[in-house]
Design a protein around this ligand. Structure first.
Ligand SMILES: Nc1nc2c(ncn2[C@@H]2O[C@H](COP(=O)(O)OP(=O)(O)OP(=O)(O)O)[C@@H](O)[C@H]2O)c(=O)[nH]1
Ligand SMILES: [Mg+2]
Length: 307
């Protein structure tokens, strides 16, 4: 016997957590921003840009989807790397569904293999998203999809471009199937849990990542230390870039302060747009040897301390 649903049941809302997992540089943060329609996660062409979990909220029909962007998963060595990878896996633990994001323009990386196997062992409902399809021909995707589906039996495979938005609606339609019925966790227009102070530090870190090469981006952490609303409606923000050594400090500041000024200008412009008011941004560079073994820095980054 079929029971006809009442209109009240038809209107029932759903809400749940969806973790975005993948190798470094797969496009998870770009995807998070596209899914919620706003830039809250920083994006660069470099690996290990994202350092901690970040929540972005989207409404899709009667469903509220709480997406969790995570650091890329790889074989970690240093303490900071281990904390990042631990944060990524824990993002999946409480999720109702996981989306494994894979850069479809390259062959399957060891990192992707490890994640697919880990997800298989976890028994989590996992969707596969082959990303960056704007860069490749669709026919090359079939072999990649088959190979990945051998590693883990995905619920369904999607071909998407986080950059153009292609395929994202279909992905959201499917995600809806995995969300438990229940009230929304957040108000309708809620976008993220990240504080303005943290987001401001992340914006500066993005400019920092884009400006410097090799190990320097990984040798620094950035914190917003002061945030003062001024009477004229503008805001004064003070930030600190912590580096490991004096030689790094000299590079960050640059000849005649040129490098630091350039980063500050780009960060300030983006902050002004985001906050929709004038921003006075002051960035200081401090040497803190061993900051990556300093518990307080982890707390400020939103990471759990790992032994
Ligand atoms: N062409 C193209 N580029 C993309 C797409 N998605 C992401 N990218 C680019 O891929 C690079 C990495 O993107 P991110 O979103 O930072 O990747 P991520 O997975 O968050 O990286 P980590 O935080 O380091 O783990 C950036 O240069 C993005 O612009 C896409 O769909 N198409
Ligand atoms: Mg990222």
């Amino acid at each position: 016997m079929t029971v006809k649903k009442t209109s009240a049941e038809n209107m029932e809302t759903s809400c749940g957590f969806v973790a975005l997992l993948g190798a470094p540089n797969a496009g998870k943060s770009t995807l998070l921003n596209a899914l919620i329609g706003s830039k809250i996660a920083i994006v660069t062409h470099k690996v290990q840009t994202t350092r901690s979990r970040l929540v972005g909220v989207a409404v899709h029909g009667k469903d509220q989807m709480v997406f969790v962007d995570t650091p890329g998963i790889f074989a970690p060595k240093k303490r900071l790397e281990r904390a990042m990878v631990a944060a990524a896996w824990s993002g999946a633990t409480d999720a109702d569904a996981v989306v494994l994001v894979v850069d479809a323009t390259t062959k399957i990386s060891d990192a992707t293999r490890i994640i697919a196997e880990g997800l298989k062992a976890s028994g989590k409902k996992t969707l596969l998203a082959l990303n960056k399809i704007d860069l490749i021909k669709r026919d090359t995707l079939l072999a990649l999809s088959a190979d990945l589906n051998e590693l883990c039996s995905f619920e369904e495979t999607f071909m998407i471009s986080a950059k153009t938005g292609n395929g994202l609606d279909k992905l959201k339609d499917k995600i809806s199937d995995y969300l438990p019925n229940g009230p929304w966790l957040y108000p309708e227009d809620h976008l993220t849990d990240i504080s303005e102070r943290m987001l401001a530090a992340e914006i500066t870190r993005e400019k920092f990542f884009l400006r410097f090469h090799e190990e320097l981006p990984y040798a620094a952490t950035i914190e917003t230390e002061r945030w003062r609303e001024l009477k004229d409606g503008s805001v004064r923000i003070e930030q600190v870039i912590y580096v490991e050594r004096d030689s790094q400090k000299a590079i960050v500041i640059g000849h005649g302060g040129q490098s630091l000024k350039a980063i500050g200008k780009l960060a300030r412009e983006e902050l002004q747009e985001l906050l929709d008011r004038k921003v006075h941004l002051f960035i200081f560079v401090k040497v803190r040897k061993g900051w990556s073994d300093d518990k307080e820095r982890y707390r400020n980054m939103g990471l759990d301390w790992v032994q």
